[in-house]
Design a protein around this ligand. Structure first.
Ligand code: ARG
Length: 467
C-alpha cells in the first residue's frame, strides 16, 4: 500500500497512532452497516466539493477529472452491488475515499482537502432529509388524490359520523374520505416545510471552525441546490434539528395512519361490516380456516410505536450534547433511516387499501336506520321556530327518550305526537327527517353538504397543483 499514513496505515486518520485498532472497537464504532444508505448523497457532495477545489486551484484539471471518473465508477459499483464495503473503514465517507484511492491513486488523497467528516456527514444528512421529505410530500399528494377520487365516487353514500365512537350525525362518504385527506394534507405540508427549511450548505464548516484554505463555499452550495451557506461552523456540524423536524413530521403522519387503521380494523369486523378490504391486503390464520385478518392495518398501527420511538431516540441523543460534533451524533442515522422507510411503506400500502376498498352501502344504511342522529336537526328546527336552543335541546331529549322507550323512530312521529312536546314543529315535519336532508342542509363552509365538499376538493386540488 503506497499510502503514507503512519503507525496505523489501515486508517485514514492513522498517522499519530502506534498500533492498530482493537477489533471490538472497530465493530463498535463502525457505521458502514447502516450509513451506506447515504452513498448517493456522499458522492453528490464529493463531486461538488471536487469541482470547487478545481475552481480555487486546490486541484488540477487532471486530478479533478480523475476524481470525478473514480466517483462514477464507485457509483456504478454500488449500484451493481459489487462495491467492497469494509467495516475497518468505519463509515460511508471513508469507504468511498479509500476506494477512490484504490481506483485513481494519488488524486484521491486530495479530495478531503478543506473538509472534515463532520461537515461531510452534516451535508449528506441534509441532502438525505431533503430527498426523503420530497419523496414523502410526493407520496402524500398522490394519497390525497386517491382520497379525492374515493370521495367523489362515494359522495352519495351516507354513513353515521361518530364522536366518542357513538353515532353522532349523518355524514357522506365523500365528507368522510376528505377528513382523512385533510390530515394527510397537513402531513404533506410538514414535509414540504422540512425541505424548505434546508436552504443552507454546511460544507466548509470543516471539523467545527472552517479552514485556512481559500475555498469557495458559495459555489459548492449553489451547485448542490442550496441558496446559501450556514453561518457558524460550530453550530452547523452539530445541528440535527432538521432530523428532529423530519421525525416529528413522521410521527404526526404515523399518528394519523394509526388512528385510521384502528377505525378500519373496527369497520372491517362482522360487527361493523362497513368496509370490505380486498383479500390481497388481508391475511389468514394458520389454525382457524374462516379467518380473514387485517394484519396490514394492524402493522401500520403497530409501527407507529417504532416511529415515535425513533423521535424519542433522537431527542435523547441530542439532549445534553456540548458543542459541537460528538460521536453520539452517529446514532442519529438509524432512527432517521428506519423511520423514513417505515412511513414510506405504511403510506404506500395504506394508499392502496384506501383506494381499493369498498364501503358496504347496505350495512351503512342499516347503521343509520335508528335515526337518533337526526335529533340535533330537530333541535335546530325548533330554534328556527323561535325556541331558545337550550330549551329545544331539552324538548328533543325528551322526544328521543320517548322513542327509545317505545322503540319508535323519530321520523315515525305524527304531528299530534310532536305537538305534545312542542307546538313549534311545522305540519308534516317528521317525514322530512331523513339522513339525506340532514347532510344536504348542513350547507356551510367546512360542512358535509355535497357542494361544500366539492368546493373544498377544488381548493385542495389547487394546492396540490401548486396554483
Ligand atoms: N460516521 C460519522 C457520523 O456519522 C461521521 C463523522 C465522524 N467524525 C468524527 N470526528 N469521528 O457521525
Amino acid at each position: 500500500m503506497p499510502e503514507k499514513s503512519g503507525g496505523n496505515p489501515e486508517k485514514l486518520w492513522g498517522g499519530r497512532f502506534s498500533e492498530s485498532t482493537d477489533r471490538e472497537v472497530e465493530m463498535f464504532t463502525q457505521s458502514i452497516s447502516f450509513d451506506r444508505a447515504l452513498w448517493q448523497q456522499d458522492i453528490k457532495g464529493s463531486r461538488a466539493h471536487a469541482a470547487m477545489l478545481l475552481k480555487v486551484h486546490l486541484l488540477t484539471e487532471e486530478e479533478e477529472h480523475l476524481i470525478q471518473e473514480g466517483l462514477s465508477r464507485i457509483e456504478k459499483e454500488i449500484k451493481d452491488e459489487i462495491f467492497p464495503f469494509r467495516d475497518e473503514y468505519e463509515d460511508i465517507h471513508m469507504n468511498i475515499e479509500k476506494r477512490l484511492f484504490e481506483l485513481v491513486g494519488t488524486p484521491a488523497q486530495k479530495i478531503h482537502t478543506a473538509r472534515s467528516r463532520n461537515d461531510q456527514v452534516a451535508l449528506d444528512l441534509r441532502l438525505y432529509v431533503i430527498d426523503r421529505s420530497r419523496e414523502m410530500a410526493g407520496l402524500l399528494a398522490e394519497f390525497v388524490r386517491v382520497l379525492i377520487g374515493q370521495s367523489r365516487r362515494m359522495r352519495e353514500i351516507l354513513l353515521p359520523g361518530y364522536t366518542h365512537l357513538q353515532q353522532a350525525q349523518p355524514i357522506s362518504a365523500g365528507y368522510y374520505f376528505m377528513a382523512h385527506a385533510e390530515r394527510l394534507l397537513r402531513d404533506r405540508r410538514r414535509f414540504l416545510e422540512v425541505d424548505r427549511g434546508l436552504t443552507l450548505s454546511p460544507l466548509g464548516s470543516g471539523a467545527l471552525a472552517g479552514t485556512t484554505l481559500p475555498i469557495d463555499r458559495e459555489s459548492v452550495a449553489r451547485q448542490l441546490g442550496f441558496s446559501g451557506v450556514t453561518g457558524n461552523g460550530l453550530d452547523a456540524v452539530s445541528d440535527r434539528d432538521f432530523v428532529a423536524d423530519f421525525l416529528h413530521a413522521a410521527v404526526m403522519l404515523s399518528l394519523h395512519l394509526s388512528g385510521w387503521a384502528e377505525e378500519w380494523i373496527l369497520w372491517s369486523t362482522r360487527e361493523f361490516g362497513f368496509v370490505r378490504i380486498p383479500d390481497r391486503y388481508m391475511t389468514g390464520s394458520s389454525m382457524m380456516p374462516q379467518k380473514r385478518n387485517p394484519d396490514v392495518l394492524e402493522l401500520i398501527r403497530g409501527k407507529t410505536g417504532r416511529v415515535i420511538g425513533h423521535y424519542m431516540g433522537l431527542a435523547t441523543i441530542l439532549k445534553g450534547l456540548p458543542l459541537s460534533y460528538n460521536r453520539d451524533l452517529q446514532e442519529d442515522k438509524e432512527h432517521l433511516f428506519d423511520a423514513a422507510e417505515t412511513i414510506r411503506q405504511s403510506v404506500t400500502l395504506f394508499m392502496r387499501i384506501a383506494g381499493e376498498s369498498v364501503l358496504d352501502e347496505d350495512r351503512l344504511r342499516q347503521a343509520l336506520s335508528g335515526d337518533e342522529l337526526l335529533a340535533t336537526d330537530m333541535a335546530e328546527d325548533l330554534v328556527r321556530g323561535g325556541i331558545p336552543f337550550r330549551e329545544a335541546h331539552a324538548i328533543v331529549g325528551r322526544i328521543v327518550a320517548r322513542c327509545e322507550r317505545d322503540r319508535r323512530k323519530l321520523a315515525s312521529l305524527t304531528d299530534e305526537e310532536l305537538h305534545e312536546f312542542s307546538p313549534a314543529f311545522p305540519k308534516g315535519y317528521a317525514s322530512a327527517l331523513t339522513p339525506e336532508n340532514s347532510v344536504r342542509r348542513r350547507d356551510l363552509p367546512g360542512g358535509p353538504a355535497p357542494e361544500r365538499v366539492e368546493e373544498r376538493i377544488r381548493e385542495i386540488e389547487r394546492e396540490l397543483d401548486g396554483r
